[in-house]
Design a protein around this ligand. Structure first.
Ligand SMILES: Cc1cc2nc3c(=O)[nH]c(=O)nc-3n(C[C@H](O)[C@H](O)[C@H](O)COP(=O)(O)OP(=O)(O)OC[C@H]3O[C@@H](n4cnc5c(N)ncnc54)[C@H](O)[C@@H]3O)c2cc1C
Length: 435
């Protein structure tokens, strides 16, 4: 390295100030090493969108003072809703001891707060800085190139999100296939706190996380979400890019269909649309996780495809992978070894954590569901609604007659071979999870 380059050198550079990047940077700073956190946006969170839920276990591990953060509402109620054309069946889970396990936060505020904490602990933050490429010399990643300068480090932690151009540049990742990615679109709808509490049956500052499947998102691997902020609700969908292409649908058309359903329409009635955003979500699961490290670099969070779609978890996997990459960087300094031989520790740490354990547990679920989504996300939700329609209706017609018709329709409208395939997929999902 030349004299000039030595002036432009630090211990660790982290690219991307989302949950993965900030967790990596703060871990390195806590270990006493110099770290620069580089972000293309004017402030952390400015360009970031997600559904809205942060998990307390991860937040607490990185930020023990997380309760001082700009939190919208703690999740006191989890609701799961199945929609047919006009009907809806809702199951809700509540437990007072469970109330502080997750909370809703707005990324523009949360990410900014996280970076402020990191700066207090010695992280140097460089906003408005787009990393164009990684500098690779003799096969080893040793820095970053921005529009105005080159900067060097012993280790670069790549946390630049789902479409990581940097991981692609160094050969750790290939282009994402449409089947391995979902598109999330979200509206934020302003409503009074009183209206939210009444419509979601909440008290005070308690919040609700709602997941929705069924008719408006027909025949696609797609789910809806509604999360309550203080005085607005986030309403969105996540849909497989491949299914959108196949069905020739536009994402906002799907979201509009969801908003028109009577169940959802009642929740947002009279609300004012204040924000619209879209973002990709890694959907490939365990089987699509790329190589996680190379000489001089590690990739974390969405850049490494670390999302648990079954449980709508991404921020916690991002934060933990960032922390483990940070710890690995510190171990590399102890041994003065920044090669793959040392950085493989990062993959081992991930394997031993809930991050890869959970992803392994669900490794085939999305694939099996995507083959049977017209059944699991439409046919059965529709029949559950039909069942409750009969069960809850007293209209003078004998119940036996109605249930006989329901059972006949159930088997006539779905061939035995389709039912058999659903049963096999269901068994494979259950055995896959338990084995
Ligand atoms: C619609 C939707 C809903 C979701 N809902 C939830 C939820 O409710 N709960 C949950 O836990 N997860 C959710 N997720 C997933 C979660 O948002 C991600 O898993 C998480 O944000 C990943 O964090 P990250 O730090 O890896 O990436 P990101 O949050 O994407 O951060 C990457 C950062 O890198 C910066 N960057 C990118 N390229 C460069 C570059 N070249 N130079 C400099 N900076 C760069 C970006 O500006 C950004 O700040 C959702 C995702 C979507 C899209």
């Amino acid at each position: 390295m030349t004299e000039e380059n030595l002036q432009n050198k630090t211990d660790v550079i982290v690219v991307g100030a989302g949950p993965a990047g900030v967790s990596a940077a703060i871990t390195v700073a806590r270990g006493g090493k110099n770290v620069i956190l580089v972000e293309r946006a004017p402030f952390a969170g400015a360009k970031n969108m997600y559904g809205g839920v942060i998990y307390t276990h991860a937040a607490k591990e990185i930020f023990p003072n997380f309760e001082e953060a700009p939190i919208e509402r703690y999740i006191a109620k989890h609701s799961y809703v199945l929609l047919s054309e006009k009907d809806s069946t809702q199951i809700s889970y509540k437990n007072p001891e469970h109330e502080k396990k997750a909370f809703v936060a707005i990324r523009a505020k949360w990410d900014k707060w996280c970076v402020e904490q990191a700066m207090k602990e010695g992280v140097y933050f460089a906003p408005n800085t787009l990393v164009r490429e990684l500098i690779v010399k003799e096969g080893k990643v040793c820095g970053i190139k921005t529009d105005i300068e080159e900067y060097y480090a012993d280790i670069v932690i790549v946390a630049d999100g789902v479409n990581s151009l940097l991981a692609k540049q160094i050969g750790l990742r290939k282009n994402i296939k449409p089947k391995n990615v979902a598109l999330g679109v979200k509206e934020v709808i302003k409503l009074s706190k009183e209206a939210i509490n009444k419509r979601f049956a909440l008290e005070d500052d308690k919040g609700c996380a709602m997941e929705i499947a069924g008719e408006p998102l027909k025949n696609m691997l797609a789910m809806g979400i509604v999360y309550t902020n203080k005085d607005s609700v986030a309403l969105g969908i996540g849909v497989s890019l491949e299914d959108l292409k196949k069905q020739k649908m536009k994402p906002y058309e799907l979201l509009d269909k969801l908003k028109e359903h009577p169940f959802v329409a009642d929740l947002i009635e009279g609300g004012e649309l204040v924000e619209y955003s879209a973002h990709l979500i890694p959907e490939g699961g365990y089987n699509a996780i790329p190589e996680l490290y190379t000489d001089g670099a590690m990739i974390t969070g969405d850049a490494a495809g670390l999302v648990n779609n079954v449980h709508f978890e991404g921020t916690n996997l991002a934060m933990m992978s960032g922390k483990l990459a940070g710890e690995t960087a510190l171990a590399a300094f102890e041994h003065n070894d920044f090669s793959s031989n040392m950085l493989c520790l990062y993959a081992k740490k991930l394997e031993n954590s809930f991050v890869l354990k959970d992803m392994k547990t669900y490794k085939d679920v999305v694939h099996l569901l995507s083959g049977r989504c017209s059944s699991f996300l439409n046919y059965y939700p529709d029949n559950i609604n039909k069942f409750f329609n009969i069960f809850t209706c007293a209209d003078g017609e004998p119940k036996k007659q109605k249930f006989q018709k329901f059972t006949k329709d159930f088997f006539v409208k779905r061939s035995l071979s389709e039912l058999f395939k659903d049963a096999i997929a269901g068994i494979k999902i259950i055995f896959g999870i338990l084995k």
